[in-house]
Design a protein around this ligand. Structure first.
Ligand code: FES
Length: 162
């Protein structure tokens, strides 16, 4: 399971080296932004200009790509990110209720909320047959419930997450 501890602190010099090779390939803007997020956990505002320069496109072009893809984030992730699927197939099998119940669970357990941050909805995790689906760090959970999500978070907190 990937958590914030797995990411490096932001460094423009490291990011510049990281995107230098990617920027020469096809469709480099998104690939550069994804590489930066994979490395640092998020895409800081400074990275937009850096990617634009590397790819020889405008900042507006890179900003447009950045804002189009909801998986790209501009702030560091919480220690153990929890994302609940908000797409149709999961909504049909209780996704909205799970979101509501998860919010309530976090309100009742501040340590849980501190560790997982605010749930950021995601639109389809490719696990539609086992909805509602959730992602805890990079662990996919099918037929998710507050209990199974909490167990995954606690497992990671105790160092046994996968
Ligand atoms: S709709 Fe939720 S995983 Fe596809």
């Amino acid at each position: 399971m990937t958590t914030v501890a797995d990411f490096e602190p932001w460094s423009a010099d490291v990011a510049r080296d990281l995107v230098a090779g990617i920027a020469q390939g096809p469709g480099p803007g998104l690939l550069c932004l994804q590489a930066i997020q994979d490395r640092f956990g998020y895409v800081p505002a400074d990275a937009v200009g850096l990617v634009a320069e590397a790819c020889n496109v405008s900042r507006a072009d890179v900003h447009g790509v950045f804002t189009f893809y909801s998986d790209l984030r501009s702030t560091p992730p919480p220690a153990i990110p929890v994302r609940l699927c908000a797409a149709e197939a999961c909504q049909a099998v209780g996704g909205r209720e799970l979101q509501r119940d998860w919010r309530r669970a976090c309100q009742a357990a501040p340590d849980l909320a501190d560790a997982t941050g605010v749930d950021e909805p995601i639109f389809c995790l490719g696990n539609c047959a086992l909805g509602p689906a959730a992602m805890v760090g990079r662990t996919l959970i099918g037929r998710a419930s507050v209990e199974s999500i909490t167990l995954a978070v606690r497992a990671h907190t105790q160092g046994s997450g996968s």
